[in-house]
Ligand binder design. Structure first.
Ligand code: HEM
Length: 460
């Protein structure tokens, strides 16, 4: 890696691509594999064209640190995030500058350690309820679809914990609306995406219909909060004031922020839970080590606030799963001014992609990167590696606001499921990376058979 400050910047290497389209076609066919190939063939900093845009992919720890931390003010959300606004409006995920700073400060208390510890009982209860249902499925010899189960679980816990709202009756409807909205948020290069929003195309009608459904849910949540005072996040949003004008947030600001956290918070955690449970089910030695730790510390109980930090191996399994299958696997930025990354020129106005998926499989940082090995996350091993070689939750000021909450939920889910059941992937169920949607979902469904464990009942 070159010293960014002193070297003469060069043009980064990359594929030639087709005239007019650049690498759009192979990128669209399989974005994850395409970007992995880019790192293999052109190194840690590569340049490509996607249609009219010049884009760089930066995967070295030095470049990632410069973009997310050292020179973060130069890298804004940019044009690739505009599609997200169609669904989420202008919330934490899609804004920069003054608005972002004010909103982040206002909702931050809901995500502090103490607030997260307070919602542990909600997660334990919802997970326990799910496992009781699984018991019936096991007795009937029926497999369960992990994706549907985890989406429901994380939606229910998020809604209960931050919004004080019981969403159980609405989960089937919301699952469909969330899936359709995610599809819209990611550009596919269809002509319909380029048409103005006011035209009554099928896509625009779908966006508006789903937005109305989301808006109704958020209105219900606010009404319920007005009646009961429950829901820490709703309270913070209702009480928030603009730091300069002292004005309260508008209805639209409140709605967009609550919706952003709804969407950013549950699908990501559900995806991580699926991949983690699947990895444990398919790696016998990992499963045995994990079962050993859990029976030693918990002896069949659900973890308490004091016990969660002592589950070291459980933590390492989750961290390794977030390395190989980072749910937010790709995120874009636009460079405001020219910059230099790893000695290569980044023109102002061009787009840049960071990809935890590709960086987490960078052979310059990870030995045997494709292997699932939780021991990469012992404190000694972590100390040996450059810090920004691993960033499943991003980094710098824009780091995921929900990371403590996600890790707490994942630990509880993994501990409670593993103590009560062994999961066996249904033979023939091909699990591979999904589409290039927000999170790195397994394709289709992820069916597993359940085997109840003798005496391994995890109760709350
Ligand atoms: C395993 C689960 C999760 C993963 C892997 C994840 C990952 C990420 C990443 C990588 C970013 C940074 C994106 C960027 O810089 O462009 C981010 C931002 C964000 N995440 Fe998460 N996230 C998870 C769970 C959650 C949860 C549980 C919540 C809330 C309940 C949440 C809310 C947000 C929000 C609001 C942002 C935008 C923060 C800002 O820009 O200030 N996430 N997340």
């Amino acid at each position: 890696m070159t010293d960014t400050a002193t070297a003469t910047p060069r043009i980064a290497p990359g594929p030639r691509g087709a005239p007019g389209f650049g690498s759009l076609v192979p990128y669209r066919r399989d974005p994850a594999q395409f970007l992995l190939r880019l790192q293999r063939d052109h190194g840690e900093l590569s340049r490509l064209r996607l249609g009219p845009y010049t884009v760089h992919l930066a995967t070295s720890p030095d470049a990632v640190r410069r973009v997310l931390v050292e020179n973060q003010a130069n890298y804004v959300r940019g044009k690739l995030y505009d599609q997200f606004k169609l669904v989420m409006g202008t919330g934490l995920l899609t804004t920069d500058g003054r608005q972002w700073r004010g909103h982040r400060r206002a909702v931050q208390p809901a995500f502090a350690r103490k607030a997260i510890d307070a919602i542990i009982p909600n997660v334990v209860e919802a997970t326990g309820e799910m496992l009781d249902r699984w018991e019936a499925a096991e007795r009937a010899g029926e497999p369960v679809d992990l994706i549907a189960e985890m989406m429901r679980l994380t939606l229910v816990t998020l809604s209960q914990s931050l919004f004080g709202y019981d969403i159980r009756d609405r989960t089937p409807l919301l699952k469909r609306v969330v899936d359709e909205s995610i599809e819209v948020m990611f550009p596919h290069g269809y002509v319909s995406e380029m048409l103005p929003q006011w035209l009554p195309t099928a896509r625009n009608r779908l966006i508006r219909r789903n937005r109305r459904i989301f808006d109704r849910v958020v209105d219900d949540i606010r009404e319920r909060h007005a009646a009961t005072g429950e829901g820490v996040l709703v309270r913070l949003a209702e009480e928030a004031r603009d730091p300069e004008t002292g004005e309260p947030w508008t209805d639209e600001e409140i709605r967009d922020e609550l919706l952003t956290i709804y969407l950013a918070g549950h699908e990501t955690t559900a995806t991580a839970a699926c991949w983690t449970l699947h990895a444990v089910a398919t790696h016998r030695s990992v499963r045995e080590e994990l079962e050993g730790e859990l029976s030693g510390v918990l002896d069949g109980r659900a973890p308490t606030e004091a016990e969660l930090p002592t589950l070291d191996y459980t933590r390492m399994v989750i961290e390794e799963s977030l390395r190989l299958y980072p749910p937010i696997w790709l995120y874009p930025r636009d460079a405001v001014e020219d910059d230099v990354l790893d000695g290569f020129h980044i023109p102002g106005g061009s787009s840049l992609m960071l990809s935890p998926l590709v960086s987490h499989r960078n052979p310059a940082v990870w030995e045997n990167p494709e292997a699932f090995d939780p021991l990469r996350f012992t404190p000694a091993a972590v100390k040996e590696r450059p810090r920004m070689g691993y960033f499943p939750f991003g980094g710098g000021p824009r780091m995921c606001i929900g990371n403590l909450m996600a890790l707490m939920e994942l630990k509880i889910i993994l501990a409670m499921v593993t103590q009560r059941f062994r999961l066996e992937p249904v033979p023939g169920d091909l699990t591979r990376y999904g589409d290039s949607v927000i999170s790195l979902r397994p394709m289709g469904e992820m069916w597993v058979r359940l085997r109840a464990r003798e005496g391994g009942r995890a109760h709350g």
